[in-house]
Design a binder for this molecule. Structure first.
Ligand code: BUJ
Length: 652
């Protein structure tokens, strides 16, 4: 007997997927799912709390390249004192708390709080974007066609998730063994309490699926001091924004089916044909405000009769779709549009917004508190695959569409105080984004394949190039953050890879010396730096970094009112002032991505590693940092590394 993931009969299972053979009736994103969405969830391992002495050692290792020998000695003394005196008690408390909260991880609560208590604007400071590749079928890149297809595929994803037919995320170390039908057929019969161990036997690592609960029908709501996340499971409509105006329409029927493609298409057409001009006071600009300012404004808005219901419709929408009127002409233009836009046609609080431009260029911009890159990328990949392989509509099929539209336009009522607030928000937004500089670089000399053929980690080489580049540009080394997912653990979030190390310093300095070492020695330095980075990456992915552990210990200490000296150390403040904030993603669906710097004098470095090229998309605030100069230094550094790997003496 064939059993569906949730244990129902094959007949029922098949009938749920295909009510007929047309793409219109496809209900789920993956018709062949064998493994239930939460099959591994109960048996996922818990995020480890590293050993105290390991955390202290790793912290000192990361501090060394950033401090003078004297400063390092001072910091070492503070760490030793911490390790002997305050840390054991704090750590015991952390372990105890963790023991009594087995359903989650030690970092989940503090990490939500970190995001939700931050008061600065979420625009540029937190929300990143990921841009889709074009649809390979050129005519499907028409704005309405693409929007209709993406809505339809997003709904298939949502229904799969709601009915637990979305296959769980699994990191396959031996895909030839575990990314197979055989594995799926076997593992789905292994009881949930043991399933993780079954996967582990074939080197497959199931990932935490808890973040998906906040992907749809979810929003961040501003409140004084600390925002909150809200999810409205019954949401069946989407929010569409155009020219700063709001519209909603149902995308799921009352009996749980996806609304017909023709209706979705006609509704979008109706919105695009609506002659309503942009509002004088675009309320959406408030979502780019300081969170306390927005919280007071939102309370004022809610106090006006009629608004509460409208805000509720915005909050509970399955997601927000922004239809933009312009076409994109450069990489910087793309980044501007998808990272911040003009501040009037985005609802930045929504768990994610799908943005589609006049020319069909599309991206996701997401609020970060509820989830990380892994969950958003899964949705992003599935939507791309589904829209390109099983599009619900094409220009030809759309010609036959007719019928009623079901759009409701939403109008919030304002008063002079709120109008002033919107004006101020838009003004602040304009000034802030004007201050942001964006530039990108592509190096086509080599890529992942070449680096791997030299038995080096491609990510480590990119990170080494960033270190060499910053040193070349500024003559020093700075706190560097590479984001690493800890989704292999229950309620894991991220850990920091500290890419500035003694080994990268030794390598970068050797490249800048007037008396250059020979090729052999340089190769050795590159290898040491790359190997160290690979080790840090493995440790971070296993929850063995120092950042999250120290962060949790500091919060515990702060709650008692006695803050140990290690946290008052200027070196601690410095290492947490991240100048180089970096993140990478790779997927056949992804064309570009990016995010803002996390500090005024920092760089936001989104980078991609392709088989035969390397690229990055970088943001900064001039005059504090010069992004173009930095990119030129990255280019030269990648060239230097290449020369050495080719066995030649490098030029610069
Ligand atoms: O680390 C964390 O907890 C979350 C991080 C925070 N931060 C961005 C500040 C590092 N969040 C993420 O890492 C998610 C980032 C999602 C966007 C990533 C963009 C990757 C760009 C790839 C493409 C670049 C190709 C350029 C070609 C010109």
């Amino acid at each position: 007997r064939f059993l569906s993931p949730s244990g129902v009969s094959e007949k029922w299972f098949q009938s749920r997927f295909y009510s007929s053979s047309s793409s219109e009736d496809v209900r789920y994103i993956d018709p062949k799912t064998k493994v239930h969405t939460y099959h591994f969830q109960d048996s996922l391992p818990r995020l480890p709390i590293p050993k105290l002495e390991e955390t202290c050692r790793r912290y000192l290792d990361a501090q060394k390249p950033l401090l003078t020998p004297e400063q390092y000695e001072d910091t070492k003394q503070l760490v030793d004192k911490f390790q002997k005196r305050e840390a054991p008690g704090l750590n015991a408390e952390l372990l105890q708390k963790n023991k009594s909260n087995k359903h989650t991880s030690y970092i989940a609560g503090p990490w939500y709080d970190m995001y939700l208590t931050a008061r600065e604007s979420i625009v540029l400071n937190y929300n990143p974007f990921m841009m889709f590749n074009d649809d390979p079928t050129a005519e499907n890149n028409d704005q309405v066609i693409r929007a209709t297809n993406m809505i339809k595929s997003a709904m298939r994803f949502k229904l799969s998730l709601d009915e637990t037919f979305l296959e769980p995320d699994v990191y396959h170390l031996k895909p030839q063994l575990s990314d197979t039908q055989w594995f799926r057929n076997v593992i789905r019969f292994v009881p949930r309490q043991l399933s993780w161990y079954g996967a582990f036997l074939v080197k497959a690592f199931p990932l935490d699926m808890s973040q998906y609960a906040r992907l749809f029908c979810s929003t961040r709501i501003p409140e004084l001091k600390k925002d909150r996340l809200a999810t409205f499971e019954s949401g069946r409509h989407i929010l569409v924004m155009r020219k700063g105006n709001f519209y909603v329409f149902d995308t799921i029927t009352t009996d749980g089916h996806i609304v017909p493609t023709a209706t979705i298409y006609q509704n979008l057409k109706h919105i695009l044909d609506d002659p309503t001009p942009p509002p004088n006071f675009p309320v959406a600009a408030l979502t780019s405000e300081n969170r306390d300012t927005w919280a007071s404004m939102r309370h004022a808005l809610e106090a006006i009769p009629g608004n509460e219901e409208i805000l509720r419709l915005i909050d509970s929408a399955v997601f927000a779709l922004s239809l933009d009127d312009h076409e994109l002409n450069s990489v910087a233009d793309v980044t501007r549009t998808f990272l911040h836009g003009n501040g009037t046609n985005r609802w930045f609080d929504k768990s994610f917004q799908l943005i589609i431009c006049k020319d069909g260029k599309a991206a996701v911009n997401f609020e970060h508190s509820w989830g990380d890159g892994v969950a958003v990328l899964r949705f992003f990949n599935e939507v791309y695959k589904d829209t390109t392989t099983r599009p619900a509509c094409t220009p030809a099929s759309a010609q036959n569409f007719s019928g009623e539209t079901t759009v409701r336009k939403l109008d919030l009522n304002l008063n002079p105080e709120i109008e002033r607030g919107i004006y101020a928000a838009k003004d602040k937004f304009d000034t802030t984004v004007k201050g942001l500089d964006i530039a990108e670089l592509q190096v086509h000399t080599y890529g992942k394949d070449y680096i791997k053929s030299k038995k080096l980690s491609p990510d480590a080489i990119m990170q080494l190039a960033f270190q060499m580049a910053f040193f070349r540009q500024n003559g020093k080394f700075v706190p560097t953050y590479e984001s690493c997912s800890t989704a292999a653990f229950k309620h894991g979030r991220t850990e920091t890879i500290r890419s500035a190390s003694n080994a990268t310093v030794a390598c970068a300095e050797a490249f800048q010396k007037s008396h250059r070492a020979g090729v052999e020695e340089m190769t050795d330095r590159i290898r040491r730096a790359a190997d160290w980075h690979a080790k840090l990456t493995k440790e971070a992915a296993m929850g063995q970094g120092f950042d999250r552990h120290l962060f949790a210990l500091r919060l515990l200490a702060e709650s008692t009112g006695k803050v140990p000296d290690i946290f008052q150390d200027p070196a601690y403040k410095q290492i947490n002032h991240i100048i180089l904030s970096t993140s990478t993603l790779s997927s056949p669906a992804l064309m570009l991505g990016g995010f803002g710097p996390v500090v005024r004098d920092g760089f936001g470095v989104g980078y991609g590693i392709q088989n035969d090229w390397l690229g990055c998309n970088v943001t900064s605030y001039p005059p504090d940092r010069d992004v173009r100069g930095f990119l030129e230094c990255i280019r030269l550094s990648l060239e230097d590394i290449y020369c050495v790997l080719e066995g030649k003496n490098f030029k610069q």
